[in-house]
Design a protein around this ligand. Structure first.
Ligand SMILES: [Zn+2]
Length: 518
């Protein structure tokens, strides 16, 4: 009952409050400012990332008595009624419950009347893909000759189920999953506003567990606050939100790594016993595997918001033990499992166990394949690159497994001493300035020692981290580190979305990969 409270209370009400969708906010604001708003928009994206909130913000921007404006007042009748869903000229339809052709026909008849009070008559249709075929036909008729006073905002999690004839009449905006750090930040600010104390590790687990959907994170936070006796714990989270403790996935992956069939079955059993479904299991396990794979490919920085040192160590060990090949294959197997489960829901559990047991065997199969290859006179060290270890915590250079070194490393052994010096400095920072180290480590992309200083590229940090990084005292301290030839230059790209995304491409490719690789 109360599970929607936080999500509703902290829903963005202005463009400025929308998180992580800068490209959309920019385009829509510009259209409103220049009075070039289209007739129909299709908002695509996973659940809980702000599609409907954005649609309402557009409605308020256009219908606010002070508008059209990109900063609606939030106080006038239209602003407040749109928030409450009671504005006569802003009609919200839930495609999931109104998929009948009659509703859309009624819409079609009414759309030609001028708005009763507001400037623009706005139809927000959520989950529009759920409309029936005849309903889409009726909608299409309306979109073919829309009256000038009407605006359609469609939201969908599944654009492929919408007829092309509809899509082609819309301006399409794709919402992204939110980044963990952004979600974590928002959760922290909610806790602050609510004056509740929630341990960082619980917030981090929420930020990771919601898979980029802020609303899910908020409603899980809601649930966990409702049941927790005092400060909520990871156990509370597991019980009420079905979000398995991170240890459970580490246990499972360790069991897979050592091909321990009994432990694998035990992990499935205890997850399902606590009320999770096989599908939840696959979703969360996929996320866990993906996370370890990121650590293999991107190094320790990819550990992200995980604050607990013991879990960080276990993740690093798993990344070393499983290696890229096994993890990629495992990911492919989980994707296939999801599809198989859809086809055979009654066998979901058997399919799940079978897949995981096979994943355990896979290590031996890969070893055997290597052995056979070396017996056949193939390259004897062929197994090295796939299972190349991630940078160890104190040992190897930080960029050895990172994206920067991935391609050129073979050709550039000369940079070794410099990167060792850099790693020594990073260790020193971790010892002496843990707060600064946390921010640097979390966002670190690559570092380079130049003749007159150190240059570090970072993922764009959230504002509060930026402030720390720009602190002159911290900068002076960095420059004074032994081994540092001068001041540290910290750079981060203005817009992260412009960088190429090789890992994303890799994951996409995996969708098409088959699991029978060995
Ligand atoms: Zn207003």
């Amino acid at each position: 009952m109360s599970s929607r409270v936080l999500a509703r209370k902290y829903r963005p009400r202005t463009f400025a409050e929308v998180i992580g969708q800068e490209h959309i906010v920019r385009a829509l604001s510009r259209a409103i400012e220049r009075d070039r708003v289209g007739q129909a928009y299709l908002l695509i994206g996973p659940r809980g990332v702000g599609k409907t909130s954005t649609a309402r913000i557009v409605a308020r921007s256009l219908n606010c008595v002070e508008g059209p404006t990109v900063t609606p007042c939030l106080a006038c009748d239209p602003c407040r009624e749109i928030e409450a869903g009671s504005d006569v000229d802003v009609v919200e339809i839930d495609g999931a419950s109104n998929n009948g052709v009659d509703d859309v026909r009624a819409l079609r008849d009414r759309v030609h009347y001028r708005p009763l009070r507001d400037r623009t008559k706005i139809y927000i249709i959520d989950e529009v893909q759920r409309l029936s075929g005849p309903a889409f036909d009726a909608l299409l008729k309306t979109l073919e000759e829309p009256p000038g006073h009407a605006l359609f905002l469609f939201a969908t999690t599944d654009p492929h189920r919408i007829p092309d004839t509809i899509v082609s009449r819309c301006q399409v905006f794709e919402f992204r999953r939110l980044r963990e750090v952004d979600i974590l930040e928002k959760l922290r600010s909610i806790c602050q506003a609510e004056e509740v104390e929630v341990p960082e590790e619980v917030l981090a687990a929420l930020a990771r567990g919601c898979r980029g959907g802020l609303r899910d994170a908020e409603s899980m936070l809601d649930q966990v606050l409702a049941v927790a006796d005092g400060s909520p714990t990871l156990e509370d989270l597991e019980m009420v939100a079905g979000l398995a403790r991170p240890e459970r996935w580490l246990d499972l992956l360790e069991a897979v790594a050592r091909d321990d069939g009994a432990a694998i079955l035990g992990a499935v059993e205890s997850f399902l016993e606590r009320g999770g479904t096989e599908r939840d299991f696959v979703e969360q396990a996929t996320e866990a595997v993906r996370h370890v794979l990121h650590v293999v490919l991107l190094g320790e920085d990819a550990l992200g918001v995980e604050p607990e040192p013991a879990r960080r160590e276990r993740m690093l060990a798993l990344a070393r033990d499983l290696g890229r090949d096994r993890l990629e294959t495992l990911l492919g197997m989980l994707f296939q499992l999801e599809a198989r489960m859809t086809g055979a829901p009654l066998s979901a559990r058997a399919l799940l166990e079978w897949t995981l047991l096979r994943a355990g065997r896979l290590g031996r199969l890969l070893e055997t394949a290597d052995l056979l290859e070396s017996l056949a006179g193939g390259p004897p060290a062929a197994s090295a690159p796939p299972s190349s270890p991630p940078p160890a915590r104190g040992g190897a250079s930080p960029t050895a497994g990172g994206p920067a070194a991935a391609e050129p490393s073979a050709a550039a052994p000369a940079s070794e001493p410099a990167s060792e010096a850099l790693e020594r400095m990073r260790e020193e920072i971790r010892r002496a300035r843990p707060g600064l180290a946390r921010v640097l480590d979390q966002h670190w992309l690559e570092g380079e020692i130049l003749p007159d200083g150190v240059r570090v590229s970072l993922r764009r940090p959230p504002e509060e981290d930026q402030r720390l990084l720009e602190d002159p005292a911290e900068r002076a301290w960095l420059a004074s580190l032994s081994g540092s030839p001068g001041p540290w230059t910290l750079v981060w790209p203005e817009a992260e979305e412009k960088r190429p995304d090789p890992l994303g491409q890799r994951l996409l490719d995996l969708f098409h990969a088959t699991e029978e690789q060995p």
